[in-house]
Design a protein around this ligand. Structure first.
Ligand SMILES: [Zn+2]
Length: 345
């Protein structure tokens, strides 16, 4: 459990305890404030397209033998997209690739199950497993257990647990157990048919899609996808953001920066994060530069003897003021970097 808790600390701070530890996906409500609205499909290059639902993005490649898609993004979007794809391209979805297990990205795949195979990292299978029945409610959710019986009955649930109750309560007994709470709202995540550990190539209709493991602090099953067609497209979820501050605290650690650089080194022109605006190679470079400048600024402030509060006030990262989520994520980014740098000394 500790790895899941670790991955979510920043978001717990962010959402002031409303969000449960295991539900390490961001709440979609977080993204309702952005400017990106509505559903649309657009071409990126060759036969590679993006599909948008408000702030959420997926990418797909069309071949003569069918479509390879990342990210179902929920049943509602999947039903809409499946209809659009059938009408426009007249070929079925043959593969659905999961970027990671988080419910807001991975739910709804069953809509494509009549024609598609589902591909995910081996760790995704573990994350979908129900923890032992003896698992206690995660600390951040215990306050909801008003009766103190170790479970959250539907009438007791608040916030995220209330909103996503049916996705937590897998056995449909009217209560979220400790195990169900720890697993997260994953009832609509269809398990993969095919798993991989390091790398997997999918060949379809004479085209290639590369499925690559990049385990991050956000998701141990994190998968990026390179669509090889024309000027090449890389999709990476919830991690390398486009003109948007990265989320949480673990953004400027040596491991995260080194991993982001391995993505920058890949051959591609178009870059699609799972959220916000469409990007390119230069956006990945800018995201890495932000992390490095953050790291250096926080290190300098620590060397000058500043406390966490002082560092949060002084490291303003002024060059990034116009990036999305600046006001909300800068303090999280600074605090996480401060903790990482002081722990490393
Ligand atoms: Zn996520």
């Amino acid at each position: 459990m500790t790895h899941r808790l670790h991955a979510t600390l920043g978001l717990i701070c962010l959402l002031a305890g409303v969000f449960a530890p295991a539900a390490s996906a961001q709440a979609p409500s977080l993204y309702q404030q952005t400017e990106y609205k509505g559903r649309e499909i657009g071409r990126l290059t060759g036969e590679v397209y993006y599909a948008r639902m408000d702030d959420y993005l997926s990418v797909f490649m069309v071949t003569t033998e069918g479509i390879i898609l990342v990210e179902p993004i929920g049943s509602e979007f999947a039903m809409w997209l499946k209809g659009e794809l059938a009408q426009r391209f007249k070929v079925p979805v043959r593969y659905v690739i999961y970027s990671h297990s988080h419910w807001d990205h991975a739910s709804g795949g069953a809509i494509y199950a009549d024609t598609a195979r589902f591909v995910g990292h081996q760790n995704l299978v573990t994350l979908l497993e129900m923890p032992p029945a003896t698992t206690a409610l995660p600390q951040a959710m215990r306050a909801q257990d008003a009766s103190g019986n170790g479970r959250i009955e539907e009438a007791e649930a608040t916030g995220n647990v209330k909103n996503l109750f049916a996705l937590y309560d897998v056995d449909k007994d009217g209560a979220v157990s400790g195990a169900e709470a720890a697993r997260g709202p994953l009832a609509n995540v269809r398990p993969p048919d095919q798993t991989y550990t390091d790398r997997l190539n999918i060949e379809l209709g004479g085209k290639r899609v590369e499925v690559i493991s990049k385990p991050t602090a956000h998701a141990s099953d994190n998968t990026i996808v390179r669509f090889v067609d024309g000027s090449n497209v890389v999709f990476a979820s919830d991690w390398i953001t486009v003109r948007r501050l990265p989320f949480g605290g673990d953004v400027a650690t040596p491991a995260e920066i080194a991993l982001a650089k391995t993505v920058e080194a890949i051959d591609f022109e178009h870059f699609v994060c799972s959220h916000g605006r469409l990007g390119g190679k230069a956006d990945v470079t800018a995201n890495i530069r932000y992390r490095e400048e953050l790291r250096d600024a926080v290190a300098k402030a620590i060397a000058a003897g500043q406390t966490l509060e002082q560092v949060q006030a002084s490291v303003v990262m002024a060059a990034y003021r116009d990036w999305e989520f600046y006001a909300q994520q800068r303090p999280q980014n600074v605090a996480g970097t401060y903790r990482a740098l002081t722990a490393a000394r």
